[in-house]
Design a protein around this ligand. Structure first.
Ligand SMILES: *Cc1c(COP(=O)(O)O)cnc(C)c1O
Length: 454
């Protein structure tokens, strides 16, 4: 068998060693030799492997490991909040705040006036409450955590009424009925998949005097059309008030501004849910709000204080990086600069004319180096489990791939650095301009040109 020290010393593996570190490198070499030995003993291969073969195995294995690392991606899919690409890109303000804060320590839980322990994320939570028109707010790790924590704090050991049309899967295995079970609340289903009326809720509340709340789940990642009916949020708010129980809403999206001017209609604003009588609203920080991964509950002080005291609150709390990033993101809203600064908002408002001009420049640049491409009209989505089946017009460059197949070009682009993620359509690769920032344009063009050189 090849000797470990001889394979380790091979100059053609120096790059792998530099990339993975000395310990992991030696382990990889050992694993490579072991794999060859196992194959030999099982009769899967004949003959002792050469050092060369082990080196090849080590290089490939290191490549697989590296591929699992989070890498910078230029999103040319036209999906603004791409769940597989980390949802919302951060604003410059948020990125700068994170970079600045992470170089040293931070007063994240310190009252600088007294020098004693302070309330974690105090400014952040006050800002959120103010932007939502709510009395109070608490931030946690994501919206799934917010829903779990809210239900556990408000309804553990008691019943919660939910419409059958809202017992949905949000994605990534987050299913409303399952989360309720985990929270310790008992689910009372009312109505049918397509129709639920106020009377259905009333009957369920009459029959279950232990009811702790009514839960409304926003239908963000799917749409029901046709023979459908459910009470408005305000009607449910009235009912909850009459019965003296809170109305809880899992909103998901977390829009702090009205998106309808972009063409995306139907996404409720957090503040309107509060106004309609919700005692608590849960939402994500990295969907249409445009911040880092996080979740929020806004609502009445009484409920938020109960949530804060629940033991799960500590387990689900938001991390320091995310607190700093979210604070800076909200600052843009407070200063009324969100439409300019928050990328998810800014890109949804870019005009088609501007996108066309950008793509025309790309086409020219490609033509100059002999890459055949043309401008095409596309549709862009918000993504991230919001605004399902709603799109706005967008513009892409279609790179014709007569010379090679489109899947291969798309893969070469994905595997580059930075990776470029486009869409394959009818034999061509589409790169949508709406989700590519001005700062990324040159990199994108360079990656495409380089992928043709290969
Ligand atoms: C997206 C979504 C969630 C989960 O949010 P995460 O921040 O991904 O945990 C929960 N509820 C609704 C209605 C959603 O749209």
């Amino acid at each position: 068998m090849p000797r470990v020290d001889r394979v380790v010393a091979r100059p053609d593996l120096a790059e792998v060693r530099a990339a993975v570190g000395p310990k992991a490198f030696v382990e990889l070499v050992r694993a490579g030799i072991d794999a060859a030995r196992t194959a030999l003993l099982s009769g899967e291969r004949r003959g002792v492997p050469t050092e060369e073969e082990v080196a090849t195995w080590v290089r490939e294995r290191a490549g697989v490991l590296r591929a699992g690392r989070a890498r910078r991606v230029i999103n040319a899919t036209g999906v603004m909040l791409h769940t597989n690409l980390g949802r919302a890109p951060l604003s410059e303000r948020a990125a700068a705040a994170v970079a600045e804060s992470m170089r040293g320590y931070s007063s994240i839980e310190l009252d600088l006036g007294t020098g004693k322990r302070g309330k974690r994320a105090a400014f952040l939570e006050a800002s959120l409450a103010s932007l939502a028109g709510a009395e109070a707010a608490i931030v946690v790790n994501n919206c799934a955590a917010a829903v779990l924590l809210l239900l556990a704090a408000v309804a553990r050991g008691r019943s919660v009424v939910v419409s059958r049309g809202e017992l949905v899967e949000i994605g990534g295995g987050f299913r409303v009925p399952d989360v309720m079970v985990e929270s310790g609340a008992r689910l009372i289903e009312v109505g049918t998949t397509n129709k639920t009326r106020r009377a259905d809720y009333e009957r369920a509340l009459d029959a279950n005097p232990d009811c702790a709340a009514i839960l409304r789940v926003h239908q963000g990642n799917f749409r029901q059309l046709g023979f459908v009916e459910r009470p408005s949020l305000a009607e449910l708010g009235d009912l909850a008030r009459e019965r003296g129980i809170p109305l809880l809403k899992d909103l998901g999206g977390g829009a702090l501004v009205d998106l309808s001017s972009t063409g995306f209609v139907g996404e409720p604003i957090v503040a309107s849910c509060v106004r309609d009588g919700c005692a608590a609203v849960t939402f994500s920080a990295d969907k249409v709000l445009g911040g880092p991964q996080g979740g929020a509950i806004v609502g009445s002080s009484a409920i938020i204080e109960r949530v804060r005291k629940h033991p799960l609150a500590r387990a689900l709390r938001l991390g320091r990086l995310a607190i700093v990033a979210l604070e800076a993101t909200l600052e843009a809203y407070l200063l009324e600069r969100a439409w300019e600064e928050v990328p998810a908002l800014a890109m949804s408002r870019t005009s088609v004319t501007e996108l066309e001009a950008r793509v025309d420049r790309w086409v020219e640049r490609f033509a100059a180096v002999g890459i055949s491409a043309r401008r095409v009209a596309t549709e862009a989505e918000m993504g991230g489990g919001t605004l399902a089946a709603r799109t706005i017009p967008s513009v892409a460059v279609e790179i014709s791939t007569d010379a090679r197949d489109a899947d291969t070009l798309a893969r070469v682009l994905r595997e580059g650095d930075p990776a470029v993620m486009g869409r394959v359509r009818e034999g061509g690769v589409l790169l949508d301009a709406r989700t590519v920032s001005a700062a990324e344009e040159e990199m994108l063009l360079a990656r495409v040109v380089a992928s043709f050189d290969r």
